[in-house]
Structure formats: structure tokens, C-alpha cells
Design a protein around this ligand. Structure first.
Ligand code: SF4
Ligand code: F3S
Length: 106
């Protein structure tokens, strides 16, 4: 599966959802997740993210392993998103900021 990692938080560019052939992205207030049981590992979304927040499970950095569980958990409760929308207003300023997990809204 592919995983949305930390740098999506407070950016949420949503370019990723446009290319997913199985529409397996789910949207929270300031983060998106991928449903691990629905993702078909096509890899199309990974290069589309301007924040480089998407990883294949195998390449998820060691310090972002918590996002495996977060994607699985939140994909069960958040609504599906299939069309691109505006990024969050301060996306450019938040792109690359460290330790954004504390800002995750559920
Ligand atoms: Fe969708 Fe493919 Fe990305 Fe999985 S890897 S979330 S199927 S675009
Ligand atoms: Fe997030 Fe990147 Fe998609 S910032 S919403 S994973 S395009």
C-alpha cells in the first residue's frame, strides 16, 4: 500500500486524489489518508504530491511509521475525496516544517 505521511498535515494540496484510479483517499480537516485495503499500489499519486508526502509502505521513513496505523484508522472514519480542491491557505509556509503530527486534526 501507499501511505500519506507527515508533510501532508496543514498543506493538503489534494493533487493526489485526481490520479487515483480506485478513489481510495479520505479527507480530514488538515490531512488526507489512503485506505490500505483499497490502494492497488499503482504509484501514480506519489509523484503528484507537491509536498512529497506520499510513500510506498516499503519506503516510509523510520520516523513516520506511526502513519501506517493512522492511515488505516482514519480511512475508516473520514469521508472519501475524489476531486482536487484548494490547498489549505498556509500550505506553502507549512511545507517542510518538522514535527507536524501535533497539529493533526481529527
Ligand atoms: Fe491510489 Fe495508486 Fe496512490 Fe494507491 S498508489 S493511493 S491506488 S494512486
Ligand atoms: Fe496531502 Fe500531498 Fe495529497 S499534501 S493532500 S498527500 S497532494
Amino acid at each position: 500500500t501507499f501511505i500519506v505521511g507527515e508533510n501532508c498535515i496543514k498543506c493538503k494540496y489534494t493533487d493526489c486524489v485526481e490520479v487515483c484510479p480506485v478513489d481510495c483517499f479520505y479527507e480530514g480537516p488538515n490531512f488526507l489518508v489512503i485506505h490500505p485495503d483499497e490502494c492497488i499500489d499503482c504509484a501514480l499519486c506519489e509523484p503528484e504530491c507537491p509536498a512529497e508526502a506520499i510513500f510506498s509502505e516499503d519506503e516510509l521513513p523510520d520516523n513516520q511509521q506511526v502513519y501506517l496505523e493512522l492511515n488505516a484508522e482514519l480511512a475508516e472514519v473520514w469521508p472519501n475525496i475524489t476531486e482536487k480542491k484548494d490547498s489549505l491557505p498556509d500550505a506553502e509556509e507549512w511545507d517542510g516544517v518538522k514535527d507536524k503530527l501535533q497539529y493533526l486534526e481529527r
